[in-house]
Write a protein that binds this ligand. Sequence first.
Ligand code: GAR
Length: 203
Amino acid sequence: MTVKKARIAVLVSGGGTNLQAIIDAEKSGIIKSGEVAVVISSNPGAYALERAKAAGIPSEVVSKKEASSRAEFEEKLSDTIDRYGTDLIVLAGFMCILSPEFTKKYERKIINVHPSLIPSFCGEGFYGLKVHEAALKKGVKVTGATVHFVNEIPDGGEIIMQKAVSVEDGDTPEILQKRVMREAEWIILPAAVEYVSSMVISK
Ligand code: GAR
């Protein structure tokens, strides 16, 4: 008997190290209730597309720049997601804010990884290195990462997992970003993907 797995669409915009963590976790069996069915990039030059290719995973580009409006971009995105029979959408370094119409359509089916301990350093304008710059500027001694459900409030959906990471003397935003990825994001994102996939298929 083959057990059904959740079909996962991973949405990316850049380097794709979190996508890689998901691919590796699927290979090693940490993710067993889901499988990456497609990688969708908002940016045609994203290195994440190379990672998908190397893993033999289908990929699609839905360019944000080329779309004439957010509505057109989201319509194409939604068509692509639906075409692959997606059960779960994972935002892994996806640098676009989704509209309330979009998040409503996929209620509790979209999760996101954010590189801070929400509710610190989150919401509109806080993405990528900017998050770590803000954490260092504030002088926090502990930061981390959060995986949460995506709703109409940017970074405001229900928290699924968090992991704390120490800030150390001499940290630059780049050094801190790398430590948060290694010690938190690449661990909790695959764990949350497995957890939510298992919930999705048991419904
Ligand atoms: C990650 O640190 C991710 O948490 C962050 O962008 C980076 C993408 O790296 N996402 C956000 O800031 C979203 N608000 P990756 O492409 O190597 O996974």
